[in-house]
Write a protein that binds this ligand. Structure first.
Ligand code: SAM
Length: 234
């Protein structure tokens, strides 16, 4: 999978060199390229923002650098290549989820456009739609300073679903949100620690009883923490 990131703060993405995603990049499973949007400016100050039409607080990202950057990443004559999915992190977007991560993991080319200031000139999204499948995606109902942290979270959630990135594919299936419920509690050795015991059923060796206990824990935890995830049958 190829992932391009457009940002005015490329250093935010340095962490993509470590851990699982760093290894996946080295192994050639993920081709992640981070671009400085200012490379597509032409003035001495490398300006990417301007005052908003109609007035109001703050600055808006100018369309010109975005247009040139998109032209560079998605040439108009891309031929038979599938158009990329172009994700713009935005608090005014659709809420990111595990199912959206799975959908995005099916794409061969993702582009993340990280906004700053009061956001990006709206025409950039219209132009991007002529080059790819545009998604406005929110990390949650709060406002961040920029799209970088949101893009990082999405790249990690999507990247770990790319085949081969996580060593044991079973560990992806058993996680929170994969079956609509939160994951059950997990324990490792020692069986007793500082007065806290591992639930005896996990030491029983009875696989059926362990599976039943885990399912009940999933339901109990989801009822307590995220009742909105449950249907009437739960
Ligand atoms: N004025 C915008 C609004 O009210 O919708 C918020 C702009 S915010 C300060 C700057 C940038 O941060 C946005 O363009 C977006 O890229 C990013 N951002 C902020 N909150 C976000 C969220 N919850 N999810 C994804 N991206 C977010």
């Amino acid at each position: 999978m190829q992932i391009d990131v457009l940002t005015i703060f490329p250093a935010f993405f340095d962490v993509l060199e470590v851990s699982l995603l760093g290894r996946a990049r080295e192994a050639g499973l993920l081709d992640i390229r981070v671009h400085d949007l200012r490379d597509w400016t032409h003035d001495r100050h490398r300006t990417v923002d301007d005052t908003p039409y109609g007035g109001g607080a703050g600055m808006v990202m100018k369309p010109e650098p975005w247009g040139e950057a998109l032209d560079a990443l998605v040439p108009a004559d891309a031929g038979a290549q599938a158009p990329p999915v172009i994700v713009f992190p935005s608090p005014a977007g659709a809420r990111f989820s595990q199912s959206m991560a799975r959908e995005l993991a099916g794409a061969s080319h993702l582009i993340f456009g990280c906004g700053r200031y009061e956001g990006i000139d709206e025409r950039v999204f219209d132009y991007a739609a002529t080059r790819g499948d545009v998604r406005m995606v929110s990390l949650g109902d709060y406002v961040l300073n920029g799209g970088e942290v949101a893009a990082m979270a999405m790249i990690e959630a999507v990247g770990r679903l790319v085949p081969g990135v996580v060593g044991n594919p079973d560990s992806l299936v058993e996680e929170s949100h994969e079956d609509g419920l939160l994951e059950h509690p997990s324990y490792t050795k020692p069986a007793a620690w500082r007065g806290f015991e591992v639930p005896p059923v996990l030491l029983s060796g009875n696989h059926g009883a362990v599976a039943a206990w885990r399912r009940e824990q999933q339901l109990e935890r989801t009822r307590a923490r995220r009742p909105d995830l449950l249907g009437p049958q739960d």
